[in-house]
Design a protein around this ligand. Structure first.
Ligand SMILES: NC(=O)c1ccc[n+]([C@@H]2O[C@H](COP(=O)([O-])OP(=O)(O)OC[C@H]3O[C@@H](n4cnc5c(N)ncnc54)[C@H](O)[C@@H]3O)[C@@H](O)[C@H]2O)c1
Length: 374
């Protein structure tokens, strides 16, 4: 078991990682003076785990309510934000109330944004239940909902007070979701830590992608899971501690994401392409662009694509849908919030373990990279 500290002066917090960690919740709550707790979860997580979380919260004797949102990316909408805000306000929260985000990245992003705007800001904690949320979205304080103009365009930087990553919750995660979360683990290694990438190459296939008879579930080695979550969270915590609001280095965490968001927008944030699947495809395009700029070598790209293939993560948009409209994809590109005044900015890889921010990328550079994989 290992804990990570996110150092942000008076907004610092811990990320607890390990089996059974949710049992620490009463101790954390006993040191605070919360007047009321709102547990926000989605319908899938609620069916599996809401009762067990409720029994832990009940033991603290703090008044609580639970709210069950619909599941999926569609929950990060204005309509859902409004509906849930009204429900929470109906429960007469005050400034000493706490929201517990209990679910994947969707619930985490939505709960964090709600916490940042309700009564001009109340506390929240993250209890991630997907690998993606555990390794990425629960840490760092980016909160958001989507707009018809693009993904995560309405949001805030707002840090949780604690992240409890209890590995026991991950046991029911569908295999496809588990693999999608793993794409963010590879991203973390690629941008900052070559040794970590080599560790993944050596271990992931046998420890992670075990051939089980049940196509929907993966038995994942707990020690391996703890290592990859801790390493990824440490990489993120180090970056966020230096650049909380993405004035510079934090943008490195977006490696592969500018391409990924284009495909997610084109597929309407639907189940057709999961965020992590868009990320593995986006990483391949960002690698191609990196090579075209004279950075990473062809051999390194092959090494990375081989790794994705071993985990059965998509590397080509074709694996998701046969035909893509490049005009539509380009429109989505220019709506990404990371592009300033039509100048394109991409995160590129100099080599495995070292990423850079590349400004003033041209539309032709973009086309060259995307067309290689379309
Ligand atoms: N804030 C950030 O820094 C950040 C970073 C990366 C991604 N994100 C966001 O995260 C979101 C994606 O998160 P996600 O991949 O966790 O998706 P998700 O929250 O939609 O969860 C995926 C699916 O798994 C189900 N599920 C969750 N936990 C489960 C469990 N333990 N067992 C069985 N089913 C379970 C959910 O109900 C859902 O159907 C995107 O909206 C993305 O933009 C945010």
């Amino acid at each position: 078991m290992s804990n990570i500290q996110v150092n942000l002066a008076n907004r610092s917090y811990q990320v607890l990682i390990g089996s059974g960690k949710i049992n620490y919740l009463p101790e954390f709550l006993s040191n605070k003076n919360y007047s009321k707790i709102i547990i926000l979860t989605d319908e899938n997580v609620a069916k599996l785990y809401l009762n067990s979380l409720i029994s832990i919260v009940k033991s603290t004797k703090i008044a609580f309510h639970s709210i069950i949102s619909k599941a999926g990316e569609g929950a990060k909408s204005f309509a859902n934000l409004e509906e849930i805000s009204e429900k929470i306000l109906q429960y007469e929260i005050d400034r000493h109330s706490l929201i517990i985000a209990f679910g994947g990245g969707v619930i985490g992003d939505l709960s964090g944004f709600l916490a940042s705007i309700l009564l001009r800001g109340i506390d929240f904690i993250q209890v991630p239940t997907t690998l993606l949320a555990a390794v990425d979205s629960s840490v760092g304080g980016k909160t958001a909902i989507n707009s018809k103009f693009g993904k995560n365009l309405i949001g805030s930087f707002y840090q949780p007070k604690l992240v409890i990553c209890d590995l026991d919750f991950l046991s029911t995660l569908p295999k496809r979701e588990l693999k999608a979360g793993y794409a963010e683990v590879v991203k973390s290694a690629l941008i900052k830590d070559k040794n970590f990438f080599e560790f993944l190459e050596a271990n992931a296939e046998k420890k992670f992608y075990s051939q089980t008879s049940n196509a929907n579930s993966t038995q994942i080695d707990i020690e391996f899971l703890t290592t990859i979550i801790s390493k990824s969270c440490q990489i993120k915590a180090d970056i966020v501690s230096l650049d909380e609001t993405e004035q510079g280095q934090r943008a490195l965490l977006n490696f592969g994401h500018s391409f990924a968001h284009i495909f997610e927008t084109e597929t309407n944030y639907s189940n057709e392409m999961l965020h992590g699947e868009a990320v593995s495809i986006g990483i391949m395009m960002a690698l191609e662009m990196s090579k075209n700029f004279g950075f990473i070598t062809k051999d390194e790209i092959e090494r990375i694509s081989n790794h994705f293939k071993k985990i059965a993560l998509p590397i080509l948009p074709k694996e998701i849908r046969f035909n893509w409209n490049i005009k539509n994809l380009s429109v989505h590109l220019y709506k990404d919030k990371k592009n300033e005044n039509k100048n394109l900015t991409f995160i590129l890889l100099k080599k495995i373990g070292e990423a850079i921010i590349q400004k003033s990328v041209s539309y032709d550079d973009f086309l060259l990279a995307i067309n290689k994989y379309l």
